[in-house]
Design a protein around this ligand. Structure first.
Ligand code: IFM
Length: 441
């Protein structure tokens, strides 16, 4: 039986990613709290993982003991700035304690400044629909970065602006629950302006900072590559979902099938590419999908899908995503800011993890500058409109008792982090079903 280890470069970052509203609990001053009270989610965040009550300590202990040397978390704007004219220094002090806690455990912090939630007062002022948000976000970023800069140099301005706008302004399942394609482009343009303002502000405060944003990137393939309408739909959907932010950063013009917005100030505002990869879509022309530009995205029959079919295990798509990044942004460091699968019984996660790490190793072997990997997520957490129905954690969470239970994937990931690589023994032990595929011969 072949024996091998896929090693990663020294200093590679291995960690998990979390977001404030999903783990902190008792966040009652933002739009998601309101969305939950209005019955728009499958259950409420409630105490979540009780990080605001201090349980971040035990979870950081878990991560550190499991060999993780980094962690990506987000700060909650509505806690730090509960009203337009008020800062909460205690909240900032708590975030300082969390980041110090990471440092004390030998872990590199990465801080996300906006991860889906908005202060209620921002919504009352028009949210991200008007350009007025840009100086407001910049002011919040300046205050936060000044307070946290002692502990952090790796910043993510906004998480998944494309998902924020797609689900909040097209599908309507995220607040504000609108269905307005034109408005979704306006919102995404304002997010890009705010990102660029934050990029400059952070560099002015901390010249050594590395600043980027995290894109939810969906590689796509046409269902029938020989059929022009499938190819057309593939391109339409690819551009609609993925390309607004990248086009603005590459060229200073935000392009989407809905229109174009000139954003010269956004060009080049990225020190690394933050990739959130979950799965690849197959796209077909479908006359019944007028509302979706006559295209349908799906996972092919027989795909290795998660409990609710939201994520499929398509590791080759991860490689394609990395390839797309290095082709479009030669020499820009890449950080995998999220990757994971919802899987309450840990049925797929071990092979999903091993096969994705394998594809990342292939990329590293082409000398592509992949610098780190953050698994989504450390502990089961509140999954937005899907509430507690999806479980992404390496550790399971009993929401009632706050008890954490380790899933086998946590041990696999610990072995990967400690080895700084993935070995054939690990695959044999945790996911023997894919051994032949990964180590043929
Ligand atoms: O939980 C989310 C996260 O907040 C953003 N990226 C996708 C994850 C899984 O759905």
């Amino acid at each position: 039986m072949p024996q091998a280890t896929f090693h990663f470069p020294r200093g590679f970052l291995w960690g998990c990613a979390t977001a404030a509203h999903q783990v902190e609990g008792n966040n009652t001053n933002n739009n998601w709290w309101k969305w939950e009270q209005d019955g728009r989610t499958n259950g409420k965040a409630g105490l979540a993982c009780d990080w605001w009550g201090g349980r971040w300590k035990e979870d950081f202990d878990r991560a550190a003991e499991a060999g993780q040397n980094a962690h990506r978390l987000s700060v909650e704007w509505s806690r730090i700035q509960p009203a337009p004219d008020r800062w909460d220094e205690d909240a900032l002090e708590r975030y300082r304690a969390m980041l110090r806690g990471l440092k004390e455990r030998g872990m590199t912090p990465m801080v996300t400044l906006h991860h889906f939630t908005d202060p209620l007062w921002l919504g009352e002022m028009g949210g991200w629909e008007t350009e007025a948000v840009v100086p407001l976000f910049e002011k919040f970023v300046r205050k936060t970065v000044e307070a946290l800069k002692e502990y952090c140099t790796l910043w993510c301005t906004v998480n998944e602006p494309n998902i924020y706008t797609l689900i909040g302004y097209v599908d309507g399942a995220f607040p504000p629950g609108k269905h307005d394609l034109r408005l979704s482009l306006i919102v995404q343009a304002n997010m890009a302006r705010a990102h660029a303002a934050a990029y400059r502000a952070i560099h002015a405060i901390q010249p050594e900072a590395r600043v980027g944003y995290a894109l939810h990137f969906r590689p796509m393939v046409p269902a029938r590559p020989w059929f022009p309408l499938d190819r057309l739909e593939r391109n339409l959907h690819f551009n609609a979902i993925n390309m607004a932010f990248p086009s603005a950063i590459l060229s200073g013009v935000m392009r989407s099938p809905v229109g174009r917005v000139r954003l010269p100030e956004v060009k080049g505002t990225q020190d690394y590419f933050g990739l959130n990869y979950y799965a690849q879509d197959t796209v077909t022309f479908d006359l019944s999908k007028a509302g979706e530009l006559f295209g349908r995205r799906y996972y092919p029959e027989g795909s290795d899908v998660s409990d609710t079919r939201m994520v499929a295990n398509i590791p080759e798509g991860f490689f394609e995503a990395l390839k797309w990044i290095v082709r479009n942004y030669p020499n820009l460091p890449v950080i995998v800011t999220e990757n994971g699968i919802e899987d309450v019984s840990d049925r797929i996660r071990p092979r999903y993890l091993a096969q994705h790490v394998h594809q990342m190793w292939r990329a590293v072997n082409f000398n592509w500058p992949v610098k780190g990997y953050f698994h989504w997520s450390l502990v089961d957490n509140f999954e937005w409109e899907r509430g507690w129905t999806q479980r992404f954690g390496l550790w399971a969470l009993d929401v009632e008792t706050q008890k954490r239970t380790k899933r086998p994937s946590a041990d696999l990931y610990a072995e990967i982090c400690k080895e700084n690589g993935l070995s054939s023994e690990m695959v044999k032990k945790y996911c023997p079903e894919v051994f032949e595929k990964m180590f043929p011969g």
